[in-house]
Write a protein that binds this ligand. Structure first.
Ligand code: C2E
Ligand code: MG
Ligand code: MG
Ligand code: MG
Length: 287
């Protein structure tokens, strides 16, 4: 079967271990699921924040909430892993709620000109009922919905396009903005650009890594910057890691970047300090 084919392909000659590896994968997934239902789960999970930076001024414009979980026995787990498990076991609604509440509580303490960016899972945009739940959480927090960017990936769109569109309209109606995350890694992106009232696209890191004149990523990033400008929407270049990459995308006219070169994701307290010091002091200097 396909899983076995993959196991063999990735590990030639070790297919006989496939059974045991598969077992331990199942065991790990079960541990992760059990972890969700621990009585103190909400205190184990936290959000870190990674700034989005203006290329022109080097100032922080927004911070993206990124989930972090220190599992009691498995240690620190990547959100790419546990978000997926939560989606499959039906915990994603609750998980998103916990994370969004925490993100809002932190963002409430930031200077008023800083936006909050929050990732929604594909499952979260599958019903209008959940959109009103999110709207309810914003209302309870007192945070200005117009300062929120919800990040949605293209993968979310392929499930039930009309429903996702309805949810997006509902979120926009309360004043929130929508960003298309990991742009270019999903399916038929232009259809979404054409039909969805997007405010921003986030160009995936894979096009940016090692970018220089002549690489295919260079052409793609250049065109997408122009496309977003022609459409009158914002554009964030993700995953800028080096000074060289920063200079290249700056020369291409990028207005917003996010990446290790500027800031890595940081604990909420540190993000808050950074944002408060930005208020008064001179700007940091990149490039
Ligand atoms: P994403 O939303 O595209 O977030 C960007 C990811 O790239 C983050 O990984 C971030 O730490 C990483 N990153 C940022 N700059 C750089 C860079 O310069 N170089 C490299 N190599 N990586 C960089 P992270 O935090 O591990 O999150 C991975 C993914 O998990 C996110 O991708 C997002 O899809 C998902 N995720 C994280 N937090 C949440 C959440 O609260 N809810 C949902 N639904 N998904 C989340
Ligand atoms: Mg994101
Ligand atoms: Mg992304
Ligand atoms: Mg991503």
């Amino acid at each position: 079967d396909y899983a076995l084919y993959r196991a063999k392909k990735n590990n030639p000659g070790t297919a006989q271990l496939y059974g045991a590896e598969h077992e331990s994968e199942i065991w790990r997934t079960r541990k992760i699921e059990q972890g969700f239902y621990a009585s103190d789960f909400a205190s184990q999970i936290s959000v870190h924040f990674q700034p989005v930076v203006s290329v022109e001024t080097n100032r922080i414009l927004a911070c993206e909430a990124l989930a972090r979980w220190d599992h009691p026995s498995l240690g620190s787990l990547s959100p790419e892993v546990f978000i997926g498990v939560a989606e499959r076991c039906g915990f994603i609604e609750k998980l998103t709620e916990i994370l969004f509440k925490k993100a809002l509580a932190h963002a409430e303490l930031w200077p008023k000109d800083i936006r909050l960016s929050f990732n929604l899972s594909a499952k979260n945009v599958g019903s209008l009922q959940y959109a009103s739940r999110l709207a309810g959480l914003i209302r309870e927090s007192g945070f200005d919905p117009a300062r929120i960017d919800f990040e949605i990936t293209e993968t979310a769109m392929i499930r039930d396009f009309d429903m996702v569109l309805t949810v997006i309209f509902a979120l926009k109606k309360i004043g929130a903005r929508i960003s298309l995350d990991d742009f270019g890694t999903g399916f038929s992106s232009l259809k979404y650009l054409h039909n969805i009232p997007l405010d921003k696209i986030k160009i995936d890191r894979s096009f940016v890594t090692g970018i220089q004149k002549g690489t295919t990523g260079y052409g793609i990033v250049k065109s997408l910057i122009k496309l977003s400008r022609d459409m009158g929407i914002g554009c964030i270049i993700e995953g800028v890691e080096t000074e060289d990459e920063f200079k290249v995308v700056r020369n291409l006219g990028a207005s917003m970047v996010q990446g290790y070169y500027c800031y890595k994701p940081m604990p909420a307290e540190q993000a808050r300090e950074r944002l408060n010091s930005q208020k008064s002091t001179a700007m940091a200097n990149f490039g």
